[in-house]
Design a protein around this ligand. Structure first.
Ligand code: SF4
Length: 263
């Protein structure tokens, strides 16, 4: 039985796919997004986060090793909620596709119990990994962080060529996709690039079931402190209403329905 490294399981989640879901957060990622709000998931391995509560230092351990069997059993306890709401389980992170064997085994067990699964991915893995996982996934939540390669590299530390090619191939194979477009002021809010991102999403066709625009939020700032890390972004960074209006209008012109999450 394969073992994986997870941080938490968030129950009764309504933001990571349809219906009521359990979202499993896996540790480790091969991107380094400047705005990452989950540094404890981005960095490899188990770790301790130290925080100060009224002058007293507390330590929170991040990372649990768990077998696919144990995890599937735990997740199946909420099966009734998944069934009644059209929900299921979402594997997120971090980058869950980096623990593909574990995710595949767990989702296979869940599928056998009639539980639907989704993968929330940034897609920077060989296509074969995603193709293999697609046999157990009813849905991919796929992040596209920039269209221009140099913007993508500056924001995440890696090229987006493989990522764009992967999402295109998943779409061509008829996989259901929710596309997520994070927008961070001064990083990936160039209007031409946003338009190109939307055009690219349109080119993916019918496989795209929903497009979510995620304006930057600074909720992860405290976690950097607890890990003894420097948070690289300005604390008052906020996507302007003007920028969101531009995105709305570009999407409308292209005939794309978008959902803008509240920041
Ligand atoms: S892909 Fe997600 S987890 Fe990885 S660095 Fe970017 S925001 Fe963080």
């Amino acid at each position: 039985m394969t073992e994986g490294l997870i941080s938490t399981i968030q129950g009764y989640s309504t933001k990571d796919g349809p219906g009521i879901r359990s979202t499993v957060f896996l540790i480790g990622c091969n991107l380094r997004c400047a705005w990452c709000s989950n540094p404890e998931l981005m960095l490899e391995g188990e770790k301790d986060m130290v925080f100060d509560l009224n002058g007293v230092k507390h330590s929170e351990h991040v990372g649990t090793r768990i077998s696919a069997n144990q995890l599937a059993e735990q997740l199946a306890r909420d099966k009734i909620f998944y069934e009644e709401s059209g929900g299921g389980v979402t594997f997120s992170g971090g980058e869950p596709a980096l623990q593909a064997e574990f995710v595949k085994e767990t989702s296979g067990l869940l599928n056998e119990m009639g539980i639907s699964c989704a993968l929330d991915t940034a897609g920077n893995v060989p296509y074969e990994v995603l193709e293999d996982l697609s046999t157990e996934m009813d849905l991919f939540l796929f992040d596209i962080k920039a269209y221009d390669e140099s913007i993508h590299k500056r924001c995440t530390g890696v090229s987006n060529q493989r990522i764009l090619s992967n999402v295109k191939r998943l779409a061509e194979q008829g996989n259901s996709l929710i596309i997520r477009l994070v927008v961070v002021p001064g990083y990936n809010d160039d209007r031409d690039d946003l338009k190109n991102r939307l055009l690219f999403v349109k080119s993916l066709g019918e496989s795209v079931k929903r497009v979510d625009v995620l304006p930057y939020h600074s909720l992860g700032t405290g976690k950097y402190q607890r890990l003894g890390l420097h948070y690289p972004l300005a604390s008052d960074l906020k996507v302007t209403e003007e920028c969101l209006e531009d995105i709305r209008s570009m999407a409308e012109d292209l005939g794309i329905t978008i959902h803008i999450e509240s920041a």
